[in-house]
Each structure stands twice: as structure tokens, then as C-alpha cells.
Design a protein around this ligand. Structure first.
Ligand code: ATP
Ligand code: MG
Length: 416
């Protein structure tokens, strides 16, 4: 491959400064709000033993069967680039023996990797923010994490363009009863199911509810609804979650077909969706995973959390301007150049964003200053040097004044 044709790996993207600014806005907004709820940041490794994901995501999940970036390292270890972060956090909880510290509240942000068909809002390396609340079995936990998600979306200005879809899977007993009923219903109509759904029928019939196939969707419309199979405790749990969301003013619609693709979820399943991103409608998704940590060999410990795609959120947020407009330094003549270099160093140390061009006459440099959206320009040439002043031009008003060199930082404070 010649260098001129060198491409990034399919499904990966370079984040240029504009992109990074959006990503950072999403990450920093989320981190700051999560902190208000007491969620501290955790960063787990980008790769784990493949087992960590196989066990937790379930052998039949899309991620495990089709999407994982797995490899054997030089030491013969089977490793996988993390496709999501809940498994890594649960692994950290177990291996760090953090059981004495419950409840634990974690926030994370970072890259995830899934080998899927790249399209708008769907990448092979993408980024997520997310939270995990570990050790709280009460509905208050579900309410808190959903409320926190809504709060972050609101702060980013996107909540109004999303719908919160909510469902419950109930506890293990309810799920079992529903699973059996669904298997009976769909089993009797097996031939009409898509081949993929036929495969799922035995192992994980709940996932058929998720099918995009038109024929499957037809059958699912008339399938038994899980609400009928919730035992009293599960129905009560769901009611308390809904009442809590009402109490904090978070609106939702119940979607009886919302099931998460992962096997360890119970009770709440939720997704904030939007119609603004084409086929990729899910912005933030999560649920309760009380069985997960025990499945992984840890002490039985409840958990609830969510993850949101930073790329998808970035596409929804408004343009993010540079935080600070620079001040342009415009040297005139050779002596001015030398003086500007020293002045730039001094002002940057004093905390100013300084744009110092590399070449060009004064008119070129002024053009450049405008292009850089500079707030003001400082002109420095022989005349200024002789009088120990700098000429300050306000690029918004066009006004100009001479400022004593010694009082420059003070005068510039208004242009920060
Ligand atoms: P989808 O139905 O879109 O495939 P998912 O159910 O696989 O989503 P989750 O595993 O719940 O997604 O991940 C949480 C969030 O991460 C999603 O709602 C989405 O915003 C984002 N996300 C998931 N996969 C990708 C991807 N390949 N590229 C970009 N963002 C993604
Ligand atoms: Mg997916």
C-alpha cells in the first residue's frame, strides 16, 4: 500500500480538534454532573481476559458471537478489547475486593471496540460515558441512575429531543415464567420466524422481541406481554421506579418490547432514543444487572447502570466554540519580531491565549488574526519599542490605544 492511499482502519476515525472539543464537552459535562450525585471516576484497562466478556455478556449475545476484537497475545493469553465497560467494572469490583465499600458509585468515559458494520453513529472504535451503581437493590438506585442520565442529557441540551423508553424484565422468577410463555407462543409459530430468531428460540427467546425482521415484528405484536408474568414483588418494584421518575419529573413511555441484548439484566431496562440519528436511535441505554457479579464469581451484589455513545451525543450537541479567543501578537519589523517572541512567552505564562504567526507582513498577520477569531491584536514595532508601549487594537470595536508595557497584563484582563 502506498502512503498516499493509507487509510484509517475501517470503522475508526481521527478526532480532529473540533471533534475533540465536542467529545470533551460531552465527557466533562457528564463527569461534573455525575460528581454531584457522588459518582467518582473509574478507569479500567482497555483489554481484559476474553473470559470476562464471554461470561458476562452471554455466549449468545451479538457482542460475543459477532462483535468482539479478540486476540492471543505473545504470552498466549486470550484477550479482548473491551466492547463495553460494565464487565470491566464488575471485574474490578471482584478483583479489587471492594465489597466492604458498598454502595459504590462509578463514572467512566473511554473508547470501546466492536466489530460491526460501520455507518453513521456506528463505529468499530467508539467512545462511551457511563455510570454503575453497585450494591443498591432498591428501586431508588434505578431512579437515581435514570435521573442522572436525564440530567446529563438535559445539560447537553438534547433531553428534549429524546424519548425515554422503559420496561421491566422482573426478577428471575418472573423472567423465567415469561420466557416459557414466549417460547411456547413463538415455538408454535416457529416456521414463520426468521432463521436468526429460530436459533434464538431455545437459548434466549426474549431477544426475539428485539428483532428487526418485519415478519418477526408481526408475530411479536400479538405475543404475550411480560407485564402479565410479573410476580407481585416485581410489579411493585416497577411501580416504585415509575413513581420515582414521576416524582423527579423524568418522563418516559413504557415499551414492553424493550429488552437489553445482555443476559444478566433484570427489573429495569431503559433507553433514551432519538429520531435524529437515522437508524442509530439509541443514545443512552442501560438497566439493572443484579446477577452479573455473582455470575462472574463474586459475592452476590446488585447493580444498575447505563452507557451512552459519545459520538452519537456529539452529533446532537450544538457547535462548541473555542473556550477562549486568543490575542494576536503582530510584530512589525525585525526588532518587533524579537520583542513579540518574548512578549508572547510572558503573556502565555500569565495565562493568556496568544496567537503568534510565523511569517507575513502586517496586513497578512491581521488577516490571520481575524481568521483565528482573535479578540484583540497587539502591535509591536520600532515605534512602540522606542516608547516602551504596545498598540492594542480591539478587533470587535476597531478601537485602538497605546498601553504601557508594564501595565499590559492588567489592561488585557478585559480581553480574556
Ligand atoms: P445498538 O442497538 O445501536 O447497536 P447497543 O444496544 O449495542 O446499541 P449498548 O451496548 O447498550 O448499545 O451501548 C450503549 C450506547 O453506546 C448505545 O446506546 C450507543 O449510543 C453507543 N454505541 C453502541 N455501539 C456503538 C457503536 N458501534 N458505535 C457508536 N456508538 C455505539
Ligand atoms: Mg449493538
Amino acid at each position: 500500500m502506498t502512503l498516499s492511499r493509507l487509510q484509517p482502519v475501517r470503522g475508526t476515525r481521527d478526532l480532529l480538534p473540533d471533534d475533540c472539543r465536542r467529545h470533551r464537552l460531552v465527557g466533562e459535562t457528564a463527569r461534573a454532573i455525575a460528581e454531584r450525585y457522588g459518582y467518582g471516576e473509574i478507569a479500567t484497562p482497555i483489554f481484559e481476559f476474553t473470559e470476562v466478556f464471554k461470561r458476562t455478556l452471554g455466549e449468545t449475545s451479538d457482542i460475543v458471537t459477532k462483535e468482539m476484537y479478540s486476540f492471543t497475545d505473545r504470552g498466549g493469553e486470550m484477550l479482548t478489547l473491551r466492547p463495553e465497560n460494565t464487565a470491566g467494572v464488575a471485574r474490578a469490583f471482584i478483583s479489587g475486593e471492594l465489597g466492604q465499600l458498598l454502595p459504590l458509585k462509578f463514572f467512566y468515559a473511554g473508547p470501546m471496540f466492536r466489530h460491526e458494520r460501520p455507518q453513521k453513529g456506528r463505529l468499530r472504535q467508539f467512545h462511551q460515558i457511563g455510570v454503575e451503581l453497585i450494591g443498591v437493590a432498591e428501586p431508588l438506585g434505578d431512579i437515581e441512575v435514570i435521573g442522572l442520565g436525564a440530567h446529563i442529557l438535559d445539560a447537553l441540551g438534547v433531553l428534549g429531543r429524546t424519548t425515554l423508553e422503559l420496561n421491566t424484565l422482573g426478577d428471575a422468577e418472573s423472567r423465567q415464567a415469561y420466557r416459557a410463555a414466549l417460547r411456547d407462543y413463538l415455538g408454535a409459530r416457529r416456521a414463520a420466524l426468521s432463521p436468526e430468531s429460530q436459533e434464538r428460540l431455545e437459548r434466549n427467546p426474549l431477544r426475539i422481541l428485539d428483532s428487526k425482521d418485519a415478519g418477526d415484528r408481526q408475530l411479536i405484536q400479538d405475543a404475550p406481554r411480560n407485564a402479565e408474568f410479573l410476580n407481585a414483588a416485581s410489579a411493585d418494584f416497577f411501580k416504585r421506579v415509575r413513581d420515582g421518575l414521576d416524582a423527579i419529573g423524568v418522563r418516559y413511555t413504557v415499551n414492553p418490547f424493550l429488552v437489553r441484548g445482555l443476559d444478566y439484566y433484570c427489573h429495569s431496562a431503559f433507553e433514551f432514543t432519538t429520531t435524529e440519528l437515522g437508524a442509530q436511535s439509541a443514545v443512552l441505554a442501560g438497566g439493572r444487572y443484579d446477577g452479573l457479579i455473582e455470575t462472574m464469581g463474586g459475592p452476590p451484589t446488585p447493580g444498575v447502570g447505563w452507557a451512552a455513545g459519545i459520538e452519537r451525543l456529539s452529533m446532537l450537541v450544538a457547535d462548541v466554540p473555542m473556550a477562549t479567543r486568543p490575542i494576536a501578537l503582530v510584530p512589525v519589523g525585525a526588532a518587533g519580531e524579537a520583542a513579540a517572541l518574548a512578549l508572547a512567552a510572558e503573556l502565555r505564562r500569565a495565562g493568556f491565549a496568544i496567537d503568534l504567526g510565523y511569517r507575513g507582513n502586517m496586513s497578512k498577520r491581521m488577516k490571520h488574526a481575524n481568521k483565528a477569531n482573535a479578540r484583540a491584536a497587539l502591535l509591536i514595532g520600532d515605534d512602540e519599542l522606542a516608547k516602551d508601549i504596545v498598540t492594542l487594537r480591539d478587533l470587535d470595536s476597531g478601537g485602538q490605544e497605546a498601553v504601557e508595557r508594564g501595565r499590559l497584563a492588567e489592561r488585557l484582563a478585559a480581553f480574556r
